[in-house]
Design a protein around this ligand. Structure first.
Ligand code: ATP
Ligand code: PAF
Ligand code: BAL
Length: 287
């Protein structure tokens, strides 16, 4: 496995490969866990032994608001590289900020507001602009044929898929299923911020989302979404969380399903974000 820190080195390595047109990219912010490693394995399955699996590690300042955890986000490159080598990654691109943003990134990619201004976008204004801008930049640098993103960041995956579609980028976007702990906690770098007690308590978020989805399914056309969501919100708050949102949406466009759609049993997803102490977690459940 090769580790490169500059765009020039990366281009050289990619050019020298036998099959330069069979590159899969797994973008990450590092501090890797089994969820990331599953994406790398999935990439390998898709490109085969002869293809190239590249992972990027870059904590992208552009997608963090000033009050968020950019400064304390864990940077663990040596350990990440060992883990990536262990799952057969070929190439790690780990640029520093000067390499990615040698000048202020004043050209940016504005995501479709219909997708990006709700849910995460409402609570993290500018987040998806930061994500789309860095992912577009990674795409132009690495020029992969395939890119893999996790469903744990469900809305991010949808926003990026639409970006690829609208710019007609020649890249296939693949979704990786959410990896969970045995108890059901979605693996996330930010779980590292949790105390042992909080880690146990964190299971309440996915449980709340499963409960919400089951109730909407059970009540069908009769479900009063606003009431059911408000009750789920209040129940999580009583358990000590500060929820941003807990909601059931259509899987196609993240809009609320109407009564006819609920009666017809269209594909839904329950999505949530909530703070436990100082840690903000997100999760979602399809059903
Ligand atoms: N549990 C998981 N299962 C599958 N994919 C995941 C999981 N967690 C993260 N990913 C995916 O890995 C990629 C990189 O994510 P990132 O580096 O932000 O990790 P993260 O664990 O989501 O971090 P954070 O806690 O900061 O949100 C994204 O495509 C993300 O959706
Ligand atoms: C896609 C991504 C690597 C862009 O910085 C980030 O948002 C993430 O890790 O999900
Ligand atoms: N995992 C998504 C990246 C972020 O929360 O900043």
């Amino acid at each position: 496995m090769q580790i490169v820190h500059t765009i020039a080195e990366l281009r050289q390595v990619l050019k020298a490969r036998a099959l330069p047109n069979d590159v899969a990219l797994v973008p990450t912010m590092g501090n890797l866990h089994d969820g990331h490693l599953a994406l790398v394995r999935q990439a390998r399955e898709r490109v085969g032994a002869a293809g190239t699996v590249a992972a990027s590690i870059f904590v992208n300042r552009l997608q963090f608001a000033p009050h968020e955890d950019f400064d304390r986000y864990p940077r663990t490159l040596a350990r990440d590289a060992e883990l990536l080598a262990g799952v057969g990654c070929d190439l790690v691109f780990a640029p520093d900020e000067r390499e990615m943003y040698p000048q202020p990134q004043t050209y940016q990619v504005l995501p479709d507001p219909a997708l990006a201004e709700l849910l995460e976008g409402r609570f993290r204004p500018g987040f998806f602009t930061g994500v789309c801008t860095i992912v577009m930049k990674l795409f132009t640098i690495v020029q992969p044929q395939l890119a893999i993103f996790g469903k744990k960041d469900y809305q991010q995956l949808m926003v990026l898929r639409r970006m690829v579609e609208q710019f007609a980028l020649p890249i296939e976007v693949i979704a990786g299923e959410t990896r969970r702990s045995e108890q059901g906690l979605a693996l996330s770098s930010r779980n590292g911020y949790l105390s042992d007690a909080e880690r146990t308590q964190a299971l309440q978020l996915s449980a709340a989302l499963r409960g919400l989805l089951e109730r909407v399914r059970r009540d069908g056309a009769a479900a009063d979404l606003a009431v059911i969501e408000a009750e789920a919100h209040a129940a999580l708050a009583v358990q000590g969380w500060a929820p941003d949102y807990l909601t059931v949406r259509r899987r196609t466009d993240l809009q609320a399903p109407d009564a006819a759609e609920r009666a017809a049993g269209i594909p839904l997803v329950a999505l949530g974000a909530a703070r436990l102490g100082a840690t903000r977690l997100i999760d979602n459940v399809e059903g």
